[in-house]
Design a protein around this ligand. Structure first.
Ligand code: SF4
Length: 306
């Protein structure tokens, strides 16, 4: 029986960068506290590890409370709305900007189209931190949709429009929304007496760190008898990647913590694969790998079939 870790899993480079920046500041020991706006990543185990080193999680509402403490506030990979930067500046709070460059780029592109008067449509989750930041870039004057039906119900088809995606959404759904809007746009041009020159751009802003993993994860999952997929339950990217693994191998199980592994999942398995989201630390996957090996060894010693 083998227990292997998916070689394409683990932190994406944007998360690695954010955690490294946090650790650099925590290691300074210059008497200044480090806060982070919202959970640094969607993984409770990694949050706990960094909080033991002194990282404290706050929200923008806490700014007045900490303003006098000469503290630093880290902006995580998801980025923040411009209002957050303005508020920090007003209160004299030093920001450490660890926004992922891919998200910064998305914000810049949204700003460019919004300033030119385009209707901005975002495929994503309205309350996701990254989307909140993007909404802030266009003063919340944008439409956030989760599927083609929502897009068709809410988008003004007479306006020049640009469609973007939250970086961690799935590409097939993005393409469905794009095609639905294109088809409806063509209908309007045909059906109305007054010809409407509909300008429509679809910008696939799904991060390559997410989409690039999909095929590799599916191949890894299909090659295992059982897959244990570890991610925070709040992780968007974790949900997308888990869905892909589950489709490739129905014996894929989602856990957030090593204690959630059920021995019956392993019955009759010769190979067990361990994989995770872009916010799952490698040390956690190793912990799960060791726990699986121990369970399998204990079962073999006691003669229990697994
Ligand atoms: S998934 Fe992509 S956009 Fe998100 S933090 Fe990682 S590298 Fe950046």
């Amino acid at each position: 029986m083998s227990v292997s870790i998916d070689p394409s899993s683990g932190f994406c480079w944007g998360v690695v960068r954010t955690v490294q920046i946090a650790e650099q500041y925590l290691a300074m020991n210059d008497g200044r506290e480090l806060y982070v706006l919202g959970n640094i990543i969607h993984n409770p185990m990694e949050i706990e590890r960094l909080s033991r080193k002194g990282l404290k999680t706050i929200s923008v509402d806490d700014f007045p409370r900490i303003a006098h403490r000469n503290a630093r506030v880290l902006i995580r990979a998801h980025g923040e709305a411009p209002a957050t930067y303005r508020q920090a500046m007003k209160l004299g709070i030093e920001l450490v900007d660890a926004t992922c460059p891919v998200v910064t780029k998305l914000q810049e592109r949204v700003r460019k189209f919004f300033d030119q008067g385009y209707q901005v449509v975002i495929f994503g989750k309205k309350e996701h931190a990254e989307v909140k930041g993007v909404r802030g870039v266009c003063n919340d004057d944008c439409i956030v949709v989760l599927n083609a039906d929502e897009a068709l119900a809410n988008v003004d088809l007479r306006r020049p429009t640009v469609l973007f995606s939250q970086t961690t959404m799935d590409r097939p759904s993005f393409l469905q929304i794009k095609e639905a809007l294109q088809q409806r746009g063509m209908e309007i041009i045909v059906d109305t007496a007054e010809r409407i020159a509909l300008e429509f751009h679809a910008k696939d802003t799904i991060c390559g760190q997410v989409s690039g993993r999909e095929d590799k994860l599916a191949a890894f999952a299909a090659a295992q008898d059982v897959v244990i997929f570890i991610a925070g339950r709040e992780s968007s990217n974790g949900k997308v990647l888990f869905g892909i693994a589950k489709e490739a191998n129905p014996r894929t199980h989602f856990i957030e913590h090593v204690s959630e592994i059920q021995p019956e999942w392993l019955k009759g398995a010769d190979s067990v694969g361990v994989s995770g989201a872009t916010s799952t630390p490698h040390w956690l996957m190793q912990q799960v790998q060791q726990a699986l090996q121990q369970k399998l060894t204990a079962a073999a010693v006691s003669g229990d079939a697994v």
